[in-house]
Design a binder for this molecule. Sequence first.
Ligand SMILES: [Fe+2]
Ligand SMILES: [Fe+2]
Length: 199
Amino acid sequence: MELINSKTYENLKKAYIAECSARTRYEFVEYGQRAAGYEGLAQITDKIAYQEFNHARMLYTHIEDATKGVIDNEQISVTLPFRQKWDIVENLKFTAEDEDDEAKFYQKAVKTAKEEGFPAIAALFEMIRKVELKHKKIFLFLYEKMKDKKLFNSDKEREWVCPACGNSVKATTAPEKCPLCMAKRETFKIALPKELMDF
Ligand SMILES: [Fe+2]
Ligand SMILES: [Fe+2]
């Protein structure tokens, strides 16, 4: 089967648009977080948004291959979420749900790509699916913490390093203000759990 005539090609286009849209929505979310002073939180969201860009980039290369490098205007019909607004706590719940929806889409797309005989694309979909599940866990973790007002609490004592001046404070909670330079708690890096730290 030619890729261009396959369901996998349709899935590539849908995934590409979904990734572009996710990236932009996450930049909205990041914008709100930064505006509210949550610099450390915004850095996590920004990194995830950038990862969505790279998902889109790799999907695009397969679309290019399918069209032999001559990309005409394409009709793409997708269902996209329009939920993120300006509540920085609720936004985190929506992003987690969006990631879950994405992972489900990729799960089906992997199956279809295998059935249609496109193992490389199936492998790409599968790798992206796993990343989306990790994103979901990160957003869910952040949502729970924000909701409970425990974003800057840690189960164990840890070093909270001020991003503005480098001073560190050993405690279970980040200082309300850095004792050295007075930087606000919101600017501090978020302590992600070990299994989510590397992303
Ligand atoms: Fe993605
Ligand atoms: Fe994602």
